[in-house]
Write a protein that binds this ligand. Structure first.
Ligand SMILES: Nc1nc2c(c(=O)[nH]1)N[C@@H](CN(C=O)c1ccc(C(=O)N[C@@H](CCC(=O)O)C(=O)O)cc1)CN2
Length: 374
């Protein structure tokens, strides 16, 4: 009897030891080897897009005698908005666009702002209008945006453009919100295939979170939108192949929340105090960049990631709106890495065909193939 007890006690000790050893092994497996993290250089990619737009603008002028025109309305004297508007105007002029800038005082009435907007709506030289956001509190932002002609909506913020962005198999939007389009362009030009992948968007703003989630969904990603009320956000992020961080909180997403090998697009631009800098602050994103190193396979830096793409995509929208005014198709800037599914709403830069035209193209292709085989 004593021997039996001793044997089973011994067995239990061995089993416990084995269990411990195994647990140790699984824990060791969970800590994966560091990943080599590649930087997605938004500055360089934006320069590439701008040079393609410059070329297409020169062709449009040579072939149709039309110069794309962009008008920007700035209300008030916020330093950041002034700087964004200055950069937009500079970039537009560099690619050969005609530009108009309207600067109104902080105290301007909504009526006077709408009066200026109306003049731009009927200016034949202006193909795209942008109202720099945010607007002062006394102005109804949504109402003002709704007064921009849909076919001059440079930001793609109108209900019709956003509606078309969300509709499966509907008309393609005339313009796509610039920052979301920039995020997707970065993914495409970095060879990231999103179809069938888990994408997590952190943030649900009208400018970024909502439209980027719609675009990714139209590209066949499985999209989860996390926000301030999401419970256990980390559980979603740990399963995300693609992360779009647009929450507006400095270094909010921690490195150990990410799935090893994921791709991170950091939309945040947050100023944090830094006495070592001349300005007394430095810019950081919504993701803890240092911690994401060695975990993410690719990541955008801040600054120099999504920001420059926002302006490049504004130029793209302006060029496409100018082309549309001549009933020309959208300009294909560069072949994307993955073609959109037929009829899908697409954020790609290529020509977008309505379903009927696509059917004709497919039909012609079938006839050609049949002819060839015959
Ligand atoms: N009508 C709109 N208003 C606003 C938009 C918009 O798309 N349409 N987006 C933002 C601001 N924005 C453009 O307007 C914008 C933000 C940041 C950048 C950028 O290039 N950032 C740089 C860093 C800049 C710096 O040093 O301060 C970067 O990330 O590298 C461009 C445009 C709100 N309003």
């Amino acid at each position: 009897m004593a021997r039996v007890i001793a044997a089973s006690a011994c067995g239990a000790v061995v089993a416990l030891g084995l269990q411990k050893l195994l647990r140790g092994k699984t824990e060791a497996r969970r800590v994966s080897a560091p990943v080599e993290t590649k930087l997605i250089d938004g500055k360089a990619i934006a320069a590439e897009v701008r040079s393609e737009i410059k070329k297409s603008t020169a062709e449009l002028r040579a072939e149709h005698n039309v110069t794309p025109g962009l008008a920007v309305i700035l209300v008030g004297s916020r330093k950041d908005s002034q700087s964004y508007v200055r950069n937009k105007k500079k970039a537009a002029e560099e690619v050969g666009f005609h530009t108009v800038d309207i600067v109104l005082p902080e105290t301007v009435s909504q009526e006077d702002l709408l009066f200026e907007l109306e003049k731009l709506n009927s200016d034949l030289k202006v193909h795209a209008i942008l109202v720099q956001l945010p607007l002062p509190k006394h102005i109804d932002e949504a109402f003002v945006l709704s007064k921009i002609r849909v076919d001059k909506d440079a930001d793609g913020f109108s209900a019709e453009n956003v509606g078309n962005l969300c509709m499966k198999g509907g008309f393609p939007p005339l313009a796509v919100p610039c920052t979301p389009a920039g995020c997707v362009e970065l993914l495409q030009r970095s060879g990231v295939e999103v179809s069938g992948k888990n994408a997590v968007v952190v943030g649900r703003s009208n400018i970024v979170g909502m439209p980027v989630s719609q675009i990714l969904q139209s590209m066949d990603a499985t999209v989860t939108v996390c926000h301030s009320r999401t419970q256990d956000m980390v559980s979603y992020l740990r399963n995300a192949d693609v992360v779009i961080a647009a929450v507006g909180k400095a270094e909010y997403v921690r490195g150990d929340w990410l799935k090893p090998g994921c791709v991170v697009i950091d939309v945040g631009i947050n100023a944090v105090d830094d006495a070592s800098k001349k300005l007394g602050y430095r810019l950081v994103g919504d993701v803890n960049f240092a911690e994401a190193q060695g975990v993410a396979a690719q990541i955008t830096p801040v600054p120099g990631g999504v920001g420059p793409m926002t302006i490049a995509m504004l130029l793209k929208n302006t060029l496409n709106l100018a082309r549309r005014s001549l009933q020309l198709p959208r300009i294909p800037l560069r072949r994307s890495t993955s073609p959109a599914a037929p009829g899908a709403v697409s954020a790609q830069v290529g020509i977008q065909l309505p379903k009927e035209h696509l059917a004709v193209v497919i039909c012609c292709k079938e006839i050609l193939i049949a002819f060839w085989n015959f």
